[in-house]
Design a protein around this ligand. Structure first.
Ligand code: SAH
Length: 489
């Protein structure tokens, strides 16, 4: 081991910081947060350091470094931009057997300050022993993303209840089980949910009980449209903590591969011959069964669970059966396809509102207000519409949308095989058919879609201007031939 890690208690202890610039200011901030009795030696101070000095939070030693500054200091940090001064500080420190850190200079330093992840009172410190600070920083980012901010309050709560936990669970085995429950169960969840009092009450109740209640729960997680980069940090954490993941067809492998290795992954999408009702009943039963067996269940859905995702029904079921739950939003297909299809859903010049619509549903139970959809230039985003493009376009035109209203059809949005088709409303169905567009595809209708071809930045693109250039090479030679607008019904 090249370096011996240690955590120093600096509260009320004198620390010398040599340097008065931006780097010194950063160090001063950290040292003040750690409660150090801070002395800053430098000819000049940054305005912030000056303000701290004036407010009595640190003491200023004016002028060039003098070895007697080290007297009575527990720790020394050199942060000037002159190496010879830093070397003098290091030398003086070494002569007096004091620990000296020279910022970004492991050679001159007798101790180094690690990268940290601060969930006080919990602190993770990382060092590459000076070999590769970039690596340490990367690792820090990873860890930072893995643990949410409820960890600090949780550690604090555990500290406050330490004696009582020990008294209630005098034996090692049950005590360890209790701490596991504390970390994995409802107390941590309630802290995440911004309910510290309820968290404390749950802890109190568990202390009274002979064995802690099982920690099972369901986290309803939006997996986004496919690109795993579009997962939220919270979704990633849920995937990392899951015992079992119940996922749908729209959830891609790239997302699933980020889950904890030993989490069980169960596909719960529609089975052949099963109707929606039966599928949903099966999913409900699975969630309940696993949560009640004490597992952390992640119910993973494409996009966002509350946008055409039956998330509401699932929560109602869980509530009715007393299963605790959390919800993590995801990037819904309309937002994702708009971004990756380069269609700003609203635009000061073109659209003041946007509507998310499911085109799914039989004619007879279609409750959409077509009159309103046909009026104006607001943006419409149709989910599940690829098989009904013809009908949608006809209806919109029949209710007043101009046949040349720009449209964008985005297939496999955000995935490596994304295709985007830009065409007028009157022609979008025919072109989609010709090029074999299939689900999952999202249709955006409105003036804003006209910006797509120009702003496009991702994946394969098909649009008229390009098609004309492509000429005879276009499949079936067909991209130039616009079909007449479909007749109004
Ligand atoms: N809850 C999901 C929507 C489920 S409905 C969400 O918030 O995105 C399924 C429909 O969503 C598909 O038929 C398609 O219209 C759309 N969709 C989902 N993922 C998509 C993707 N990657 N690209 C294009 N459309 C997508």
């Amino acid at each position: 081991m090249k370096l011996f890690p240690l955590f120093a208690d600096l509260h009320g202890r004198a620390v010398l910081l040599v340097g008065g610039g931006a780097v010194a200011q950063r160090k001063a901030q950290a040292l003040l947060e750690a409660g150090a009795d801070l002395w800053v030696g430098a000819p000049e101070l940054t305005p912030q350091l000056r303000q701290w000095a004036d407010a009595g939070r640190l003491r200023h030693l004016p002028g060039e470094f003098e070895p007697h500054w080290l007297q009575g200091k527990w720790l020394v940090i050199a942060a000037t931009d002159r190496r010879e001064v830093n070397a003098q500080v290091a030398q003086a420190g070494n002569a007096r057997a004091q620990l000296v850190n020279v910022v970004d200079d492991p050679e001159l330093s007798s101790f180094q300050v690690p990268s940290i992840v601060d969930r006080s009172p919990l602190i993770v410190a990382i060092s590459s022993s000076g070999a590769a600070p970039v690596l340490a920083r990367r690792l820090r980012e990873r860890i930072e993303s893995l643990f949410d901010h409820a960890l600090g309050p949780l550690a604090e709560l555990a500290a406050r209840y330490r004696a009582r936990i020990r008294a209630a669970r005098p034996q090692m085995g049950p005590r360890r089980a209790f701490y596991d429950w504390l970390l994995d169960g409802p107390v941590a969840a309630l802290l995440r949910q911004g309910r510290p009092q309820a968290a404390q009450a749950a802890l109190e109740a568990a202390l009274q009980a002979p064995v802690p209640p099982r920690p099972g729960s369901v986290c309803l997680v939006g997996a986004g449209p496919g690109d795993p980069g579009l997962l939220t940090l919270r979704a990633l954490r849920a995937l990392n903590e899951a015992d079992i993941i119940l996922y749908d067809r729209l959830v891609g492998d790239a997302v699933l591969s980020l889950a904890r290795r030993d989490a069980e992954q169960v596909f719960v999408g529609k089975r052949a011959g099963e109707d929606h009702h039966a599928t949903q009943a099966r999913i409900h039963a699975l969630m309940r069964e696993h949560a009640q067996a004490g597992r952390r269940v992640v119910r993973l859905k494409g996009g966002d669970a509350f946008i055409f995702g039956r998330g509401g029904e699932e929560l109602q079921y869980l509530r009715a059966h007393g299963v605790p739950y959390e919800v993590v939003p995801g990037v819904t297909a309309a937002l994702a396809c708009a971004a990756y299809g380069a269609v700003p859903l609203t635009h000061r010049d073109h659209a003041q509102s946007v509507q998310l619509i499911t085109a799914h549903g039989k004619e007879e139970n279609d409750t959409l207000d077509w009159q309103a959809l046909g009026r104006g230039t607001h943006t419409l985003a149709f989910y599940m519409g690829v098989s009904q493009l013809q009908r949608l376009a006809e209806r919109l035109i029949a209710h007043g949308r101009a046949p040349d209203t720009p449209c964008a059809l985005v297939e496999n949005g955000t995935r490596p095989d994304q295709r985007a088709l830009y065409a007028p409303l009157s022609d979008i169905a025919a072109q989609a058919r010709r090029h074999g567009y299939a689900p999952p595809s999202l249709l955006i209708v409105g003036e804003v879609a006209g910006l797509g071809p120009e702003l496009s930045w991702y994946g394969q693109v098909l649009h008229e201007a390009q098609a004309r250039l492509a000429g005879p090479a276009a499949p079936q030679g067909g991209r130039t031939g616009r079909e007449p607008p479909p007749p109004a019904p």
